[in-house]
Design a binder for this molecule. Structure first.
Ligand code: GTP
Ligand code: MG
Length: 200
């Protein structure tokens, strides 16, 4: 099917970008992965592409400090964004990443969907609200992806889904379907591949 066709040629690292003028040409469909530091963005990209070491994942929050572009086949880019809400780097550094992140999310013409990753244990936090509001204003459709589903019990998961659903209802650019994932267990990965492969 579509997901198999898109993902079987494989993914490769293209480049890390530190300023808007370093962005690759916008001649491919693009999806990005946004979320608080340590939520599991890089790990999710590795799970989707089936390449463990492709995006650098780490226990150290703030690992991804650039906008990292990966080619997927010949038609798509996957984009790993620096985490937000991470205060433990020098302030000017944090401010530079945040400015770049905002400029990218607001101004990328070929960006078809932003996946906003939310930790299943923590739910939607103020910095997530900020990003979702920015995406509303920029008219970028975004979809919530709950990560680390393997870390929560079934009843807590339901509560979290309800909280996220309620928050999304306030955001005009939010796509209503929430994807529940575990990069560890492979849960939701095929669903997300299919979503990426069949974007309008
Ligand atoms: P930054 O680059 O710092 O913004 O973080 P990130 O969002 O890219 O997170 P990353 O993928 O580096 O993952 C952070 C930690 O969470 C790592 O130790 C991962 O192994 C762990 N992790 C990611 N996804 C899952 C998951 O589905 N289940 C579990 N149990 N752990 C996960
Ligand atoms: Mg990362």
């Amino acid at each position: 099917e579509a997901a198999h066709r898109l993902f079987s040629p494989g993914a490769d690292f293209l480049k890390g970008v530190v300023a808007m003028d370093g962005l690759p040409r916008d001649d491919r469909l693009e999806v990005c992965f946004a979320g608080r530091s340590n939520v599991g963005k890089s790990t999710l990209i590795n799970a989707l592409t089936g390449r463990k070491g492709l995006a650098r994942a780490s226990n150290t929050p703030g690992r991804t400090q650039e906008i990292n572009f990966f080619t997927l086949g010949s038609s798509h880019y996957l984009v790993d964004l620096p985490g937000y809400g991470y205060a433990n780097a020098p302030l000017p550094v944090v401010e530079r990443w945040q400015a770049l992140l905002r400029a990218y999310l607001a101004g990328r013409a070929n960006l078809r969907r932003a996946f906003v990753l939310i930790d299943s244990r923590h739910g939607v936090k103020p910095p997530d609200e900020e990003i979702m509001t920015l995406l509303d204003r920029s008219a970028v459709t975004f979809q919530a992806v709950l990560t680390k589903a393997d870390k929560v019990k079934e009843q807590d998961r339901e509560k979290m889904l309800a909280q996220v659903r309620e928050r999304l209802s306030k955001h005009p650019a939010a796509f209503p379907e929430i994807v529940l994932t575990s990069s560890e267990k492979g849960q939701g990965i095929d669903t997300l591949r299919a979503i990426i492969a069949t974007l309008p």
